[in-house]
Write a protein that binds this ligand. Structure first.
Ligand SMILES: [Zn+2]
Length: 210
């Protein structure tokens, strides 16, 4: 099962990818997390990437593709994987298509105003990258990650200006992807609750040939 989940930040795609991962025993591969790992390790690559994303920009296609290729070559990906954050434009999709055939592309649609509201209230685990929200998805213990006990913080790039900049880039580059994948795309209403969307996603995945 090789899945791609598309949607703007704040669409809940990371959370949905995590659910699918647990249910089907395949890893959810978040490009954001692959990148944050590089930054946390303070590699030369990590430092270069940090400079780019702090401004709200995105890393280049070849660099992102290499990070993802390295990851899906790992043994836990033999049964499949869920990609979250790559490909995010048509050029990346073409790079990927030359190496990997995807089964399904899921798209979580959320209006911009709701994206801004959700991200402004977002907290991220500094250790494992899991995302929480002060209005809709609180951890059991305030400020502490349920999954790994890591510290939750508001990311430096989760301010309104950077969010609006990322949304512009999303619409400009990612929207053509929906067109590129055509009938492979299954659309979900990401403005609904996490539980609601999860039920719809799982019902849909159950209909796929195994
Ligand atoms: Zn954590």
């Amino acid at each position: 099962m090789r899945l791609l989940i598309l949607g703007p930040q704040g669409s809940g795609k990371g959370t949905q990818a995590e659910r699918i991962s647990q249910l089907y025993g395949i890893p959810a591969i978040s490009t954001g997390q692959l990148i944050r790992n590089q930054i946390a390790k303070k590699t030369p690559l990590g430092k270069q990437i940090e400079g780019i994303i702090t401004k709200g920009d995105l890393i280049d296609d070849a660099l992102a593709f290499q990070l993802v290729l390295n990851r899906i070559a790992e043994p836990d990906c033999t049964k499949g994987f869920i990609l979250d954050g790559f490909p995010r434009n048509v050029e990346q999709a073409k790079l990927l298509a030359a190496r990997v055939k995807l089964n399904v592309v899921m798209y979580l649609h959320v209006p911009d105003s709701l994206v801004v509201e959700r991200i402004s209230n977002r907290l991220t685990c500094m250790k494992c990258g899991r995302i929480y929200n002060t209005t809709s998805l609180n951890p059991k213990k305030s400020g502490i990650c349920d999954a790994c006990g890591g510290k939750l913080e508001k990311r430096a790039d989760d301010n309104e200006e950077a969010i609006r900049h990322r949304l512009e880039q999303f619409h400009e580059k990612t929207t053509p992807l929906i067109k590129y994948y055509g009938t492979q795309v299954k659309r979900f209403d990401g403005s609904k609750s996490i539980e609601h969307v999860a039920n719809e996603v799982i019902s849909f995945l159950e209909t796929l040939p195994q």
